[in-house]
Design a binder for this molecule. Structure first.
Ligand code: ZN
Ligand code: FE
Length: 254
């Protein structure tokens, strides 16, 4: 089984240190910057072998080159954006598998936040790394894609088993949840979750990982069929992509 450690970086980013103990394979997912990663490696007495990038943004790849220089770790990222991933050794896309020690990850293309964006799904370990596509109760901004593309990307993730743990790129949960409540104030699962999220943030604790099942119940970007959400938007009979697009647009201005 994988050991997964959160590594807070910059203001509100998370990198993840992933250790496969039977082989001593060690990956860092989306290192914004190198110093906190070196500190985490030292704390857990691990040697880095892989760097996994979900997408090209600097707050997910800024640590690539200094980490590679010091450790020789192999850099793996989205094939569709290989020319924008610093130091990339291997590009992966939809349907590819990554062998990581004695673990295996399946790769999905989940574009829209950026043109090339991938998820790494460790099925046996019930864990998925979603970068800036799916957040806890949120989704990434549409910098390089359309609402239809983002809806399709999120829908792929939403079909994973409900007990899959979701490791996303940022701690945006509290503000995402406040937006979610503005659209579904009577969603009981959402209200219950927000009590827990507020407690954790007040104590400085992370709210990650979440799970696919909890996201399906509380993430407004996975809920364009919710009657309450549609009513809040005044879009009772619109199609799901239109509802999704309006939800994203409202969040941009929340
Ligand atoms: Zn990003
Ligand atoms: Fe980001």
């Amino acid at each position: 089984m994988l050991n997964i450690h959160l590594v807070p970086c910059l203001q509100d980013n998370y990198a993840y240190l992933v250790h496969e103990p039977s082989s001593n394979a060690v990956a860092i997912v989306d290192p914004s910057e190198a110093p906190p990663v070196f500190a985490a490696l030292e704390k857990h007495k691990l040697t880095l072998t892989h760097i996994l990038n979900t997408h090209h943004h600097f707050d997910h790849t800024g640590g690539n080159l200094p980490l590679k220089e010091k450790t020789g770790a192999k850099i793996i990222g989205p094939k569709a954006d290989a020319d924008r991933i610093p130091g990339i050794d291997l590009g992966l896309g939809e349907g590819d598998t990554l062998t990581f020690g004695n673990a295996t990850a399946r790769v999905f293309d989940i574009p829209a936040h950026t043109k090339g964006h991938i998820a790494f799904w460790f099925e046996a370990d019930k864990a998925v790394f979603t970068g800036d596509t799916m957040f806890a109760m949120g989704c990434g901004r549409l910098f390089e894609g359309t609402p239809a593309q983002m809806w399709s990307s999120l829908s792929k993730l939403a079909t994973l088993p409900p007990d899959t743990r979701v490791y996303c790129g940022h701690e945006y949960t509290l503000s995402n949840g406040r937006f979610a409540l503005s659209l579904e104030p009577h969603n009981q699962a959402l209200k219950k979750r927000m009590v827990e999220v507020e407690r954790r943030r007040a104590e400085g604790e992370p709210t990650i990982p979440t799970t696919i099942g909890l996201e399906r119940e509380t993430n407004p970007f996975l809920r364009p069929t919710s009657a309450e959400l549609r009513k809040s938007l005044g879009m009772e009979s619109a199609d799901v992509v239109a509802v999704f697009a309006e939800t994203r647009h409202r969040k941009d201005n929340f």
